[in-house]
Design a protein around this ligand. Structure first.
Ligand SMILES: *[C@@H]1O[C@H](CO)[C@@H](O)[C@H](O)[C@H]1NC(C)=O
Ligand SMILES: *[C@@H]1O[C@H](CO)[C@@H](O)[C@H](O)[C@H]1NC(C)=O
Ligand SMILES: *[C@@H]1O[C@H](CO)[C@@H](O)[C@H](O)[C@H]1NC(C)=O
Ligand SMILES: *[C@@H]1O[C@H](CO)[C@@H](O)[C@H](O)[C@H]1NC(C)=O
Ligand SMILES: *[C@@H]1O[C@H](CO)[C@@H](O)[C@H](O)[C@H]1NC(C)=O
Ligand SMILES: *[C@@H]1O[C@H](CO)[C@@H](O)[C@H](O)[C@H]1NC(C)=O
Ligand SMILES: *[C@@H]1O[C@H](CO)[C@@H](O)[C@H](O)[C@H]1NC(C)=O
Ligand SMILES: *[C@@H]1O[C@H](CO)[C@@H](O)[C@H](O)[C@H]1NC(C)=O
Ligand SMILES: *[C@@H]1O[C@H](CO)[C@@H](O)[C@H](O)[C@H]1NC(C)=O
Ligand SMILES: *[C@@H]1O[C@H](CO)[C@@H](O)[C@H](O)[C@H]1NC(C)=O
Ligand SMILES: *[C@@H]1O[C@H](CO)[C@@H](O)[C@H](O)[C@H]1NC(C)=O
Ligand SMILES: *[C@@H]1O[C@H](CO)[C@@H](O)[C@H](O)[C@H]1NC(C)=O
Ligand SMILES: [Ca+2]
Length: 532
């Protein structure tokens, strides 16, 4: 602010801690004096609308700059977690008039150590004091896991937990008051981190919103690795092309399944109905015809893609890909290349062998991974009662067309939790609600009404609405602070994901085990559907 000098001059006359001194307070604050062994990396005052540059960030993270709309204080620390591990900690604190009294931690993705500055900016824009970490290592790869269990433990749960402890200390030291409520927001790998926190550290957060969680992490990594074995390399004979997946096969899935929900809209309101009946054999070539049809070997590959994966002793490793997810899965799981996060997990964390090749993958590797369970990364909690009893609320969302982690596995976990806690859905509803977002891909995007405030990714520059009806973060805050739980989440799809082109579709997404059910009328309108 231009007038900050003037405000500074007035400041000594004010009795209350005034925002006019915010810049001075920011500059005077020494975070390292409140923490053991933390070292300062960076400390700066951010006027409103500052774009920070991120020159030191590992290029694999593809993050170069970030705009923070509100006035804030930023610092970064290195915090040790053992004598051979540490994490980078970023904290951004809004000024005292903007601060809602809330704290929000953000997560990572994949097996990465990329700070989600965009999620921090999202939280800041809604008045949260926010933190992020590199989760103990830099970049999207897993090399740092090699022969260092401490780095894996940081990745699994420790960096986030220690960052949260540090955040609570620093918030109190900075503002003179502790945070009233603490939250967590993350998706994918970040969803897994949120689940670990709720399970291992039930007091860390009052509310946790997690998307598409990478639960069952060793088996999930196995499942992702299995696709290369199913498809073969992209240049192999009979490889199913991207065009075939998004044309021929996708069209056949819609032909068999789109109308199962009563609406011919390209969206499968409940893909489990399709998974139960889909027959790729309908695409078999007959006679000499080899156009727009599949060979027996290709049909078998398609069937495997949508079928559950079983282990050496017949155990269910992971459910199949969700029908409809092929539209985006062609770019990763179905691309005929080894899935990089799986390769690095097996190579560096499970086998500790940099020469391990994905060509040698076999289903028996699943047993090795589960037995070692590096860093206790499995993440498959059987009991969340400590979290529940501490008053915690857990809001989970996942796309019904998730192309990287299938929501069938999240349903499987939900049902496992139900039996292991001896809790009906009505009981679980008191503290855990799981929303399936029809037609949404992994964490965001897709043909469904996927915008639910899960992050700041707006419709080309337009911020998502921030109200409990249509925003999962705002819904969670209302649940925690007013005890009004969300029953449905209103999603929006803009034409070509561009707000200026208008709304294409709205839909109220249901909490599992309820199902989006068509009532009749304009299928693009949320009011034409209900949850049953
Ligand atoms: C801080 O460092 C000292 C020695 O350098 C060590 O004994 C202590 O455990 C460390 N504390 C933390 C929290 O890492
Ligand atoms: C931030 O920048 C945007 C666009 O440049 C502008 O509309 C907004 O008013 C600015 N906000 C503040 C607090 O300066
Ligand atoms: C991780 O990245 C930071 C910059 O963001 C750098 O200072 C640090 O040295 C990196 N750590 C390693 C182990 O490469
Ligand atoms: C921020 O990064 C984007 C690429 O992600 C780039 O297009 C843009 O020019 C950068 N802005 C600044 C101010 O560096
Ligand atoms: C605090 O930050 C907000 C958001 O940037 C800004 O609108 C407001 O003017 C700031 N308050 C003061 C007293 O500077
Ligand atoms: C991290 O958290 C654990 C568990 O609360 C604690 O034992 C440990 O001292 C913390 N380490 C650091 C470096 O803060
Ligand atoms: C690091 O700490 C471990 C115990 O946690 C100890 O066994 C090891 O010797 C230490 N290494 C060094 C280099 O101090
Ligand atoms: C898939 O795995 C099986 C058994 O491990 C192996 O025999 C087969 O060659 C693999 N196929 C591909 C395409 O990698
Ligand atoms: C496929 O590509 C790999 C390298 O990408 C190469 O090693 C292999 O020989 C190719 N196979 C065929 C059948 O062209
Ligand atoms: C080949 O078979 C497919 C699938 O049954 C069919 O759609 C297509 O029209 C047939 N092509 C010819 C040339 O008969
Ligand atoms: C869940 O909440 C309902 C209504 O508030 C209550 O009747 C039920 O006992 C609660 N269940 C558990 C397990 O707390
Ligand atoms: C949306 O995108 C498609 C494909 O890029 C294009 O053909 C269509 O015209 C776009 N619709 C609008 C309303 O711009
Ligand atoms: Ca449909």
């Amino acid at each position: 602010m231009k007038s900050s000098r003037w405000f500074l001059f007035l400041q000594p006359m004010c009795l209350a801690y005034a925002d006019s001194s915010f810049e001075a307070a920011c500059r005077a604050f020494d975070p390292t004096s409140h923490l053991n062994n933390a070292t300062l990396r960076l400390h700066e005052y951010l006027p409103a609308n500052t774009t920070i540059l991120l020159p030191g960030i590992d290029p694999s993270c593809s993050r170069y700059n970030q705009t923070f709309t509100a006035e804030a204080c930023r610092f970064a620390l290195t915090i040790p977690t053992s004598n051979r591990s540490s994490f980078i900690y970023e904290m951004i604190l809004p000024n005292t008039t903007t601060w809602s009294g809330r704290y929000m931690a953000t997560g990572n993705g994949g097996i990465d150590g990329c700070i989600k500055y965009e999620d921090m900016a999202y939280g800041l824009s809604h008045g949260f004091a926010v933190t992020g970490t590199n989760n103990g290592h830099n970049g999207t790869g897993g090399e740092a896991f090699l022969n260092n269990e401490d780095v894996i433990i940081d990745f699994s749960y420790r960096a986030l937990h220690n960052a949260t402890e540090a955040a609570k200390t620093l918030i109190e030291a900075f503002y003179g008051n502790p945070a009233n409520k603490s939250y967590y927001l993350g998706c994918s790998g970040g969803g897994r981190q949120g689940m670990q926190a709720a399970s291992l550290y039930p007091e860390d957060y009052d509310g946790v919103v997690i998307g598409a969680p990478a639960l069952n992490f060793n088996y999930m990594s196995t499942w992702r690795a299995s696709f290369y074995n199913i498809t073969g390399p992209a240049n192999s004979t009979g490889f199913i092309t991207k065009d075939a997946w998004t044309g021929l096969i996708h069209d056949e899935i819609l032909r068999q399944c789109d109308m199962l929900d009563g609406v011919d809209d390209g969206i499968l309101a409940d893909p489990s109905l399709c998974a139960a009946i889909f027959r790729p054999e309908a695409l078999l070539c007959s006679g000499d015809n080899t156009t727009d049809c599949l060979s027996p070997k290709q049909v078998e590959a398609v069937r495997r893609v949508y079928s559950p994966l079983y282990g050496t002793s017949g155990q269910l490793i992971y459910p199949g890909l969700s029908p409809g997810a092929e539209l985006q899965a062609v770019d990763r799981l179905l691309a005929g290349t080894p899935f990089p996060y799986s390769v690095d997990w097996f190579r560096y964390a499970v086998f500790s062998d940099p020469s391990w090749s994905p060509d040698s993958w076999s289903i028996a590797d699943a047993d090795v991974a589960e037995k070692i369970n590096p860093g206790n990364a499995r993440t498959w909690p059987s009991d969340l009662s400590p979290f529940r009893d501490a008053g915690g609320k857990l809001l989970i969302y996942q796309g019904g067309s998730d192309n990287q982690i299938t929501h069938f596995d999240t349903q499987r976990w939900y049902n496992y939790l139900s039996t292991s806690m001896d809790a009906t859905s009505a009981d679980l509803d008191n503290f855990t609600r799981f929303f399936v977002v029809s037609g949404m891909a992994h964490c965001s995007g897709g043909i469904g009404a996927w915008q639910i405030g899960q992050n700041a990714a707006g419709a080309k520059g337009v911020s998502p609405k921030y109200d409990p009806e249509s925003n999962v973060l705002a819904a969670l805050v209302q649940w925690v602070e007013k005890d009004q739980a969300p029953d449905e989440i209103l999603g929006t799809k803009f034409v070509n994901d561009t707000a200026s082109l208008g709304v294409a579709l709205t839909r109220r997404h249901c909490r599992y085990p309820l199902r989006e059910t068509y009532l009749g009328g304009n299928a693009s309108s949320a009011d034409s559907w209900t949850c049953r």
